[in-house]
Design a protein around this ligand. Sequence first.
Ligand SMILES: [Mg+2]
Length: 208
Amino acid sequence: MTKMNSPHLRFPRAILFDMDGTLTEPMLDFPRIKAEMGIGNHPILESLAMMSPADRQAAQDILHRHEDLAARNCRLNEGCQSLLRWLDDQRIGQAIITRNRRSCARIILDRHRLNIEVLITREDGPFKPDPHSLLQACERLNVPPAEAWMVGDGEYDVLAARRAGIPSIWLSHGKTRPFTDEPNLTIAQLPDLLHLLQILRDKAPTDT
Ligand SMILES: [Mg+2]
């Protein structure tokens, strides 16, 4: 169920991945976390930044409890391992760009033995939907933004990618898109991404 919005995607030199819900199965129940934090439907990290120190500490404890639990229990999405292995074989650069914490990302990477060279977390500066973290990843991978892809299941992934000038691929898990920003491409699941990459690689001119 891959929907091509842009036939102009070219074989990428690097892929930037969102973590929660993209490489891993969705484990963070954002509506529940927001309800416990008492922030209505406002974004979590932005709400934390605006709180008084005492409120922030309490709200942060709630968030950390959910993030830690998810990190210790989450499973990878179907096709994740074979996709990453294939990218390794093709020498395509890989990065994780997450609004989660570094310690949680490390737990997930270690538990599943994922070896992704660039990991950018919320400790690393302005986070998605700010394009900063995506541009930082491109720089570290030494790939121009237009030659990378951003793959994610969230609105902020698509928005940050557009702001960074990076083609975006939205992972739908078979659902209708709940936001208006148009990704360059929608895929239902990770095996669709591998399939698309294989098609594009076979079409790409070979180096002489
Ligand atoms: Mg996500």
